[in-house]
Write a protein that binds this ligand. Structure first.
Ligand code: ADE
Ligand code: ZN
Length: 316
């Protein structure tokens, strides 16, 4: 089915690295892989939880070495957007994962921007800090990104959530706000509702990525509704990482019924079985969402974006 035009607000560019591209880039960069074939690699994509996914996600990134690699990765994602009704994308990237392998910030951002500049899809970048690294490492990443701030719309917070509360990153988010950047954070994916509150109150984020565990806290749900804080929900990701046993159990309909500003996104589509349109199709099929609810989700994606009011009006 054709879903309506939409924006994608929660996609990690490194999570769009398809197994075929892992092999192609490994060949191009003369890197030996510990997998026999594309099928062998894909067979390893059975995840018990977030950490078991992150282990493979970071390992596969070893093939991304040059600006051309980052360009080709982003170009492939944007081509898919163009073909599947995603008109605007706010794309996460994880510079600390590349810096620690000796890949320069300029290589990463330069490569990604070459693809963005060449695409008919409207797109911007969100620099994510790895919450399982130190606050000092995050501050250093932001410092290294300062020459490229005209190419970055905001900062985010991702990687292993439990045990790494938003409060650890108060200072670097304060600096990001000072620099005029927007802010988002993964919270309530595996971590408790308290992390969602901290992201709002201590980091000053304008959107919550995932946020599914907010439902455990009625007062928090009421606040998210009252303040219309967007939640960038990723249905196929939540199933593949074990938050729900099957898509039919996903709480997306409850979030909508509470009047929350929910969007549907792919997170790491090369790993979780589908891009944005496939997530839309899956929730329509498995959760019985009405055409009206699907239109609301698509409109929410533009409303929750960091486009200016004219930009939103052009899409809505
Ligand atoms: N990095 C890439 N995908 C992620 C996810 N789903 N949660 C946290 N960090 C991530
Ligand atoms: Zn994510």
């Amino acid at each position: 089915m054709n879903t309506p035009p939409k924006a994608e607000l929660h996609v990690h560019i490194e999570g769009t690295l398809e197994p075929e591209m892992v092999f192609a880039l490994a060949r191009r960069n003369d890197i030996a892989l510990p997998h026999e074939s594309v099928a062998d690699l894909r067979a390893k994509y059975e995840f018990a939880d977030l950490q078991s996914f992150l282990d493979i996600y970071y390992a596969n990134m070893a093939v991304l070495r040059t600006a051309a690699d980052f360009r080709d990765l982003a170009a492939a994602y944007l081509d898919r957007c163009a073909a599947h009704g995603v008109r605007h994308a706010e794309i996460f990237f994880d510079p600390q994962a590349h810096l620690k392998r000796g890949v320069a910030m300029e290589t990463v951002i330069g490569g990604l921007c070459a693809a963005l500049d060449d695409s008919e899809v409207s797109a911007s970048l969100i620099l994510c800090f790895l919450r399982d690294e130190s606050a000092e490492s995050a501050a250093e990443a932001l410092r290294l990104a300062e020459p490229f701030l005209d190419r970055i719309v905001g900062v985010g917070l991702d990687s292993a959530e439990v045990g790494h509360p938003p409060s650890k990153f108060t200072e670097v988010f304060r600096r990001a706000h000072e620099l005029g950047l927007r802010a988002v954070a993964h919270a309530g994916e595996e971590g408790p509702p308290e992390y969602v509150r901290e992201a709002l109150d201590l980091l000053g984020v304008q959107r919550i990525d995932h946020g599914i565990r907010a439902l455990e806290d009625p007062e928090l749900v009421e606040r998210l509704r009252r303040e219309q804080i967007p939640l960038t929900v990723c249905p196929l990701s939540n199933v593949r990482l074990g938050a729900f046993a099957e898509l039919g159990h996903h709480t997306l309909p409850r979030l909508l019924e509470h009047g929350l500003l929910v969007t549907v996104n792919s997170d790491d589509p090369a790993y979780f079985g589908g891009y944005a349109d496939e997530n839309f199709d899956a929730v329509r099929r498995e959760l019985g969402l009405t055409p009206e609810q699907l239109r609301t989700l698509a409109a929410n994606s533009f409303r929750a974006s960091f486009l200016d009011e004219d930009g939103k009006a052009a899409f809505l």
